[in-house]
Design a protein around this ligand. Structure first.
Ligand SMILES: O=C(O)C[C@H]1NC(=O)NC1=O
Length: 243
């Protein structure tokens, strides 16, 4: 059995549950999924400020996951906050849900669209497309213009908006696939794929399978170069927990 730690970088317990359930729904019998979120931080991540705060919580969870024997880690927020810092700390593979969903989309279609929450998250997704080299693969980005936690408010409004935006994207963008741009949308992908007849990709499930593949191939995060373990030095104040 391999323990795979799935980290929801925001502190929403409801979203952590949604993410954990999605991860378990695709996990191999040889995988044990543990879904966690930071003990302190921000309840939803909707910009660079939130991502900076969340990144510290991600690092704390990576450290805890390593101590529990995790073979790999998923960062289950569409901004992939703290991804490279987490890779320095980790021994096993660390996959962000944005990169996982984007990579998966490029294996299934020549162009994909992204449906996410807020307009400002669309801009951050553009930064990620550039960082990961997928700018030319992404036909368009759409926002449902609702806050992240609307996905957990129980009204179903956000889920309906995601569905409408996906249908619109399929009609207008000439994309062969759609990427869901929020960890809280993880439980929508399967139904939307069946209804729309094109791959609607959630990064949580995609990342879990990628981590499993890398573990099965015998790969961990490279420790040669800039993802080597951090240089040892004293960490003061609240950062002592990362020592
Ligand atoms: O920015 C977003 O919409 C997505 C991102 N925020 C968050 O708290 N979890 C996420 O996946």
């Amino acid at each position: 059995q391999h323990l795979i730690q799935v980290i929801n970088p925001n502190t929403s317990v409801a979203m952590t549950h949604t993410i954990g359930e999605a991860a378990r729904s695709v996990a191999a019998p040889t995988s044990r999924i543990v879904a966690v979120c930071p003990t302190q931080g921000v309840e939803s991540i909707e910009g660079h400020f939130d991502e900076a705060i969340a990144a510290v919580g991600v690092l704390e969870q990576i450290k805890l996951g390593k101590a529990q024997g995790a073979s790999g880690h998923v960062i289950a927020c569409f901004g992939d906050p703290g991804l490279l810092a987490a890779r320095e700390l980790a021994t096993g593979p660390v996959i962000g849900i944005a990169e996982a969903a984007m990579h998966t989309a490029t294996l299934l279609a020549t162009r994909f669209s992204i449906v996410t929450t807020l307009p400002r998250t669309v801009i951050i997704a553009r930064h990620l497309l550039r960082q990961y080299g997928f700018e030319h693969h992404c036909a368009a980005l759409h926002a449902i213009d609702l806050p992240v936690l609307a996905l957990e408010d129980g009204t179903g409004l956000a889920q309906q908006k995601v569905r409408e935006r996906c249908i619109q994207a399929m009609r207008e963008d000439n994309s062969g696939a759609i990427v869901l741009g929020c960890g809280g949308m993880a439980n929508l992908a399967q139904e939307l794929t069946a209804e729309l007849g094109i791959p609607v990709i959630d990064g949580v499930t995609a990342a879990v399978k990628m981590v499993e593949s890398l573990i099965a191939l015998g790969f961990g995060t490279s420790k040669h170069g800039d993802l080597a373990y951090p240089n040892k030095k004293p960490l003061s104040g609240c950062f002592d927990m990362l020592s």
